[in-house]
Design a protein around this ligand. Structure first.
Ligand code: NAD
Ligand code: MG
Length: 297
């Protein structure tokens, strides 16, 4: 049985499974006559730090969604390794200071996720410095816009697939020997993976691929008690937008969302916390839409 909803443990064996004792009640039924008794949280649902004692790696942790996730993870009690590009050092230093101000350990690991060996050393350094790893929040991503297939370049697609997709395989393979039952992997898809904009074909296939990778990897890793889920953001106010979207589009950024505005990175952090925490013990293979009301499925 679960100690608390936050105690990391194998979700497959956290609660009783079949075969169950034969039992029949007359409606409407009574919880007291069920064998075994269902857990409604009477003892297990507690309030408190949701990631106490956990060790997380967050990619893209210097800015935007990754920065918000790193801050939230630290304030929920996790030590956090921060991965980012070398030119983002200053923003990453700010995040490290925020993690430390929350009383947690921060490790800075700059590098380029397109490079397979960096993915491996990123995991090794996390394990070395934090004494293990049990949460991978894979947030980093790139989003080039290409308006016409006439402008398609192999190089662009290679770049997108390396930075957005290959890294998921490399990181997960390297981390696997360290991931214990109760560990959690969280990917970052996009509304673009479900409803692609014409000028984001390269990006959109990568984001659809991430959601599909999430389902496949959830199936592969279930027997190890490792859950794999994703978050699919709608428009979010981060540097990705002014960095990749042509200037004339930024003025109306987010108006297409049902809520009529973009989300803030802080509005994305709670689902990353939820999916990292044992409280989401019965969820795997899912990608949660955080889109300001716009349906994706
Ligand atoms: P962001 O620019 O703040 O974060 C992206 C991060 O990715 C960068 O900070 C950088 O550290 C990292 N990164 C990029 N290329 C890298 C590389 N080659 N090696 C190592 N790190 C690299 O923007 P964000 O919006 O917070 O993006 C985070 C994730 O959210 C991305 O995967 C993005 O596709 C996804 N997303 C964003 C939006 C949005 O509207 N902002 C919408 C849907 C999905
Ligand atoms: Mg950045």
């Amino acid at each position: 049985m679960a100690d608390t909803i936050y105690t990391p443990q194998n979700p497959l064996t956290q609660y009783p499974g079949p075969p169950f004792e034969k039992q029949q009640q007359t409606g409407p039924g009574d919880i007291h006559d069920m064998k075994p008794r269902p857990d409604h949280g009477e003892e297990s649902y507690v309030s408190g730090k949701r990631l106490a004692g956990r060790k997380a790696l967050v990619t893209g942790a210097d800015s935007g969604i990754g920065r918000a996730v790193a801050i939230a993870y630290a304030r929920e009690g996790a030590d956090v390794a921060l991965a980012y590009l070398p030119e983002e050092q200053q923003q990453a230093d700010e995040v490290a200071a925020l993690v430390e101000a929350a009383g947690q350990k921060a490790v800075l690991i700059p590098g380029d996720l397109q490079d397979e060996s960096y993915n491996t050393t990123m995991i090794e350094k996390t394990v070395q410095e934090l004494g293990g790893v049990d949460i991978l929040a894979l947030v980093a991503g790139v989003m080039p816009t290409v308006d016409s297939i006439e402008d398609f370049e192999t190089e662009t697609l290679d770049h997108v697939l390396k930075a957005n997709i290959y890294t998921l395989f490399w990181t997960t393979k390297a981390a696997l020997p360290h991931l214990k039952p109760g560990a959690s992997i969280i990917t970052t898809s996009s509304i673009q993976g479900f409803q692609p904009s014409p000028s984001l074909a390269e990006y959109a296939v990568s984001k659809a691929g991430i959601a599909n990778w999430t389902r496949a990897m959830a199936g592969q890793l279930a027997e190890k008690g490792i859950r794999v889920n994703g978050v699919a953001p709608g428009p979010v106010w981060t540097p990705l937008q002014p960095a990749f979207v042509p200037n004339e589009k930024i003025e109306s950024f987010g108006e297409e969302a049902v809520f009529g505005r973009p989300g803030q990175p802080a509005e994305l952090a709670p689902p990353f916390v939820f999916l990292a925490s044992q409280e989401s013990s019965y969820i795997s293979g899912e990608t949660i839409a955080v889109t300001g009301g716009t349906p994706i499925h």
